[in-house]
Design a protein around this ligand. Structure first.
Ligand SMILES: NC(=O)c1ccc[n+]([C@@H]2O[C@H](COP(=O)([O-])OP(=O)(O)OC[C@H]3O[C@@H](n4cnc5c(N)ncnc54)[C@H](O)[C@@H]3O)[C@@H](O)[C@H]2O)c1
Length: 282
């Protein structure tokens, strides 16, 4: 099947980024969300981002116009004749399972249904549909326009056809797809999130200040960003959620969340999005 039409579900941070990357790569894209305000914000963010990329010469005028041509819709009807649906709605199993049940009903039987989930089992999501062979994980990274990694995750029953399609679309979008087995945190978050959690333990134990810990990891490991600054960027609530998934699903205490991480989430010090995390933001 040649992919021409892609529907993206969820117009938040990831959804609008995926829709934009798909449109500038030549796909006809529809972007949907249950929240009209999120759709409006997504549309504005795409305009702003493509404007910036065009000024830097990263995309040309045709690509900018293609992104402006993304169809905005409040329902999922467009999934009816899409070749690929990429779901990037809120990270909540109940929302995702209900969405995939509904997508399975409205999408044509050949449509491949992909999810951008960071932590929910692809096999579990596929189980909500009658087409587990055509359900796959396409885990993009933030910001989608700039990050080239794409983790492609196969559920227990995902077919080679769905895997090949995800690779083809990912490459067309300028990404480097890497196939990963379905396991908590996949590979990127399985390694990244425990490292961030360990950095929070180091801070909690007073081994150094946030700046010291980040400086050590930047200069010693050539990381562009220290783990605590990165946690602020991701959102401490998201970090806590993923570390809890690793702890619960592996049943291994090496993944226990640092107490300081929980306290910061309880205090609503979530990082950049609330203006305060390990650092202060204006
Ligand atoms: N933020 C990241 O850095 C990042 C990175 C990789 C993967 N992800 C994953 O991407 C997904 C989206 O994350 P995000 O950060 O963009 O979240 P977000 O909160 O910015 O956006 C989620 C959007 O989904 C919408 N939504 C909720 N229920 C819906 C429904 N039933 N139908 C349609 N839209 C619905 C919300 O209105 C919201 O606009 C999650 O699964 C997350 O784990 C996030």
């Amino acid at each position: 099947m040649t992919v021409e039409r892609i529907v993206v579900i969820g117009a938040g941070t990831m959804g609008h980024g995926i829709a934009q990357a798909a449109a500038v790569s030549g796909y006809q894209v529809t972007l949907t969300d249950v929240d009209p305000a999120a759709l409006e914000r997504g549309k504005q963010a795409i305009e702003k981002s493509t404007d910036k990329l065009a000024k830097k010469g990263i995309i040309d005028q045709n690509q900018q116009e293609a992104a402006a041509g993304i169809v905005i819709a409040e329902d999922m009807a467009a999934a009816g004749d899409a070749h690929l649906v990429i779901e990037a709605a809120t990270e909540n199993p109940e929302i995702k399972l209900a969405l995939f049940k509904e997508l399975d009903r409205v999408a044509s039987k050949d449509t491949v249904l992909a999810t951008n989930t960071s932590s929910i089992s692809i096999t579990r999501i596929a189980g909500a549909t009658s087409r587990p062979d055509r359900v796959i994980g396409m885990h993009f990274f933030n910001p989608v326009a700039l990050m080239t990694l794409l983790e492609v995750i196969r559920g227990l029953e995902t077919s080679d056809t769905a895997r090949d399609l995800a690779f083809e679309v990912g490459r067309q979008m300028g990404k480097e797809p890497v196939e990963v087995k379905d396991s908590p945190g996949f590979i990127a978050n399985r390694i990244l999130i425990p490292m961030i959690n360990e950095a929070i333990f180091a801070l909690q134990e007073g081994l150094g200040s946030a700046e010291d810990i980040d400086t050590i990891m930047k200069l010693g490991m050539s990381h562009p960003l220290g783990p605590l600054a990165l946690a602020d960027l991701i959102g401490l609530d998201v970090v806590l959620h993923i570390v809890e998934v690793l702890h619960r699903d592996f049943g291994d205490d090496k993944y226990r969340p640092a107490r300081l991480l929980r306290q910061m989430v309880d205090a609503d010090h979530l990082g950049r999005k609330t203006g305060k995390g390990f650092y202060q933001y204006n």
